[in-house]
Design a protein around this ligand. Sequence first.
Ligand SMILES: Nc1ncnc2c1ncn2[C@@H]1O[C@H](COP(=O)(O)OP(=O)(O)OP(=O)(O)O)[C@@H](O)[C@H]1O
Ligand SMILES: [Mg+2]
Length: 370
Amino acid sequence: MEENRAGEIAGLEKRLKAAEESLAKLSVAVEQTRDMVVITARNGNIEYANPSFERVSGYSKDEVFGKTPRILKSGKHGQVFYERFWNAILSGDVFKAEFIDKKKSDEFYCVEKIVTPIRDKDGSVTHFVSVDRDITGHKEMEKTKRLAGLGKLVADMAHEVNNPLMSISGNAQLCLMSVSQIPDQGIRNYLETIVRECQRAKTIVQRLLKFSHPPRGRLKETDINKTLDIVAGMLEHQFKLDNIELVRNYCQEEPLALVDEQQMQEVFINLLNNARDALPAGGSVEIATYRQDGMVRIEIKDNGCGMPEEVSARLFEPFFTTKEKGTGLGLSVCYDIVRAHKGKLQFKSRQREGTTFIILLPEAGSSADV
Ligand SMILES: Nc1ncnc2c1ncn2[C@@H]1O[C@H](COP(=O)(O)OP(=O)(O)OP(=O)(O)O)[C@@H](O)[C@H]1O
Ligand SMILES: [Mg+2]
């Protein structure tokens, strides 16, 4: 009898030890994985978050403990999306979807999320395990490739359109000269319209051709504060007339980057013109520079109308414009130029509060420069 009991206890101890060992292994796996793992109670309160979650979201375990994942809500998904999500997991289904969440720093990140309900032995859902894979980099790369493809197509088209356009424009001008003596004002008006519209089309084609001019070859170590000053000087007068205050907030030490100065000026002009357009009733635009982690950071911040999600999602697409007279090429050209300098062009925007464009360029001499 005694012997039997001792044998049972030994067996139990062995199983317990094996279970503990297996738990320890699983725990290491969950702690080490690059995926973000969060466990919540049925009511959504967070009970566990692994180190990857802390690293990506910027929140520490202690900060999120007892809170719900709502703190990560980016506002990028509608009510219907969240309803579908909660209905699925509360009824015990596994939910898989791409989510855009928000870090503690307010930056967005994109994840592939799988939420699995955990049930007790009676089958009731007690907890949820959420495993998120950060796919922000992958999404950005896809977008860069798509935009680069679009840019190339647009540039090729511009080359093709350029020659016939020059010919139409030249011939219309010759006709206009030949009919300058005849009394028919109607014909002259038609021809003048052709010449004027050709001029507009030429401007667009010139902008399109910028897609095909990578900046290599004309790169020079440049003090970005000085480049900004040149551009600000060019636009200052117009800004004053439009009742817009231009505030310069430059970093003390020269922010040096290896750039094609003309192209970088083009970027700043486009961004400042967009800021001006966002302030039809006046306001303020701040130009700020920083040096951080081997990068030069330039911010152009307006307190204008901001933009809704449907605009911000398509911002860098060639020809996307919300303006009556816009070509929709300003930002796609900027994107291309900054990318060709191995930099990044980002933005933050809130409707009715304003927009900040951020340009990151590798600092001259840093390992990341061109
Ligand atoms: N600072 C900003 N504030 C609000 N919306 C902006 C801002 N910058 C850009 N946008 C939006 O992005 C769209 C695209 O900008 P982009 O510079 O590419 O073209 P555009 O300004 O419309 O035309 P173009 O620059 O060719 O004259 C704009 O039409 C506008 O809706
Ligand atoms: Mg523009």
